[in-house]
Every structure is written in C-alpha cells, then in structure tokens.
Ligand binder design. Structure first.
Ligand code: GLN
Length: 285
C-alpha cells in the first residue's frame, strides 16, 4: 500500500476502500464509511458535508490498517468496538454475539405486551446486554435481570449498563437458570444459540468471529430452546410470557416444543426481512 495519494481526502479514501472491500464484504461502502468516521471521530454527516477534507498521514495509515483488517473478515463492530442496537450504543468484543437488527423484533414485541407496571423480566444469555438493557431503559419501572454463562459476557454487559446508565437491571453469571433468583417473572426472554452444528452459514461473514457457544446448539439447534422452555415453567408467574428468538425455519419446531410443555397462546412473529424470528407463549395457570 504505497497509495498515499488515493486516500488523501474523505471521498478518495471511501472510493479506495469500497473497491478494496468489494470481494470480502456485502456492504463495502458502508463499512468504509463507518471505519473512516471512527478514525476521524466524526458524525456521519461529516462525510457528505466535507468530501474534500484532507486526511492527515496518521489518519490515512490508521484507516488503511482498519481496511486491511476488515478485508481479512474482522467484523466492523469489533474494529470500532461498538454497535448500535435499539438506537443505543453497545460496547462489543469477541466474547459475545454482535447485536443484530433481527433481535430488535424481540424487544419490540416485549414492549408491546400488557405487563404489570413493575414487571419482573429475565433475559437468559444476555451477551452484550442488548435485549435486557434496551428493555430496562425503555421501561424504568421494570425490574430486569440478565444472566450469561460467560464471565467475559457478564463483564461486558455490566460495562454497557454503566455506559447507558441503566439503574433497573441486575446482571449475573449463571448457567441458564442456575443462579437466577426465583421471582415469578412476568416475562422471560432469550436469544439463545439455535444454529445447527453443520450450518454453512457458520463459515461466512461476521459469525466466524463470534463465539460458537453463543451460536450453535445440538438437536438441530433446538437443545437450548427446549431446556429454557422446560425450566422457565418454574420461574414464570401465572400468565407470564416466554419469548425466544430462533432461526427462520424453526418457527413450527419452537411452537411444537412450547405446546408440548403446556404453554398456551403461542405465536410466531416475523422479523423486518419477513422471516419467522421470535416465538412467544404464555404460562396458562
Ligand atoms: N441470527 C444469528 C445468525 O444467524 C444467530 C443468533 C443466535 O444463534 N442466537 O447469525
């Protein structure tokens, strides 16, 4: 990379990087813009307002370094250290999943339920804390518990809680329900691992840099959902809701699991792309 000239202005830097990332990324221009704004520490509007603004030699080097990493496949969220979810900024690292827009479907549905004003809510496998902290910040009167098996994830979620100044959430290390206080929850949510071990999707894109423990589950991806549904019966208030994210082909399978365990009012909801993504059910008695 002896191409100092090609990256001397914002517009040139974006054009160069977009071309460089064309083979390795599905969104080369967006990636280039996000990475350049990270280097420049500027808001998005800056690139459109100042396309001809010059980059310093140091900024060019830093940008080229990031573009090199991105072309090796490293997720943009890992390179900039954060990702927006539910319009909130979350720190991310390689110990958890990177929050995805699909999961906002779950948050939206949870907020639409007719829950008590001071609802008790539990998020299993919280990762960055994206679901739990989004719910807690929208509903300051809810009491939200969030757990993760991974100590690194718990540390990250706590860091996010501090950054977002969310007071009504408690984050704990727990192997699913193992350390969960039995509170008769009004809502239990989870985005558990649900991908099949041999899914080709695992060898493509950002998932290659995310922990398999957060992605893959035995029994064709259903093992953790089954475990959660079974154990949740003892932790839900009567009339409480269980809501899980799942794969786009797992709606019917998850419905069957919930039905077998005696849940009622079972409903599958589609994500923004029109794919089955979240199934919810109610503990009847
Ligand atoms: N939806 C994610 C993906 O397909 C997986 C999330 C999960 O396993 N919980 O990459």
């Amino acid at each position: 990379m002896t191409t100092n000239v090609t990256c001397s202005s914002n517009a040139q830097a974006i054009a160069w990087a977009t071309q460089r990332l064309a083979v390795s990324s599905d969104s080369p221009k967006l990636d280039a813009e996000v990475l350049l704004l990270h280097v420049l520490d500027k808001p998005r509007s800056y690139l459109f307002t100042w396309p001809e603004a010059e980059l310093s030699a140091q900024q060019q080097e830093r940008f080229k370094h990031l573009i090199g990493k991105r072309s090796e496949g490293i997720p943009v969220a890992h390179l900039v250290g954060e990702r927006e979810f539910w319009s909130l900024p979350f720190y991310v690292n390689n110990s958890t999943l990177i929050p995805r827009p699909d999961t906002e479907t779950l948050v939206e549905q949870a907020l639409g339920l007719a829950l008590p004003t001071e609802a008790k809510v539990l998020d299993l496998g919280t990762g960055t804390g994206a679901i739990a902290l989004s719910l807690a910040s929208e509903m300051p009167k809810w009491q939200v518990w969030a757990v993760d098996y991974s100590e690194e994830a718990v540390a990250l979620a706590k860091k996010n809680q501090q950054r977002l100044a969310v007071a009504n959430a408690t984050i704990l290390q727990s192997d699913w329900f193992s350390n969960v206080p039995n509170h008769a929850f009004d809502l239990i949510v989870s985005n558990p691992p649900y991908i099949e071990e041999d899914d080709v999707h695992l060898s493509q894109g950002d998932v290659r840099f995310e922990p398999l423990s957060a992605l893959v589950a035995p029994e064709h991806g259903y093992a953790d959902i089954r475990h959660i549904a079974l154990a949740a019966v003892d932790y839900l208030a009567s009339g409480g809701y269980l809501m899980v994210e799942h794969g786009f082909e797992q709606g019917a399978g998850v419905q069957e699991i919930f039905a077998q365990m005696g849940y009622g009012n079972i409903l599958t909801i589609k994500d923004m792309a029109g794919c089955d993504r979240v199934t919810l059910a109610q503990k009847l008695q």
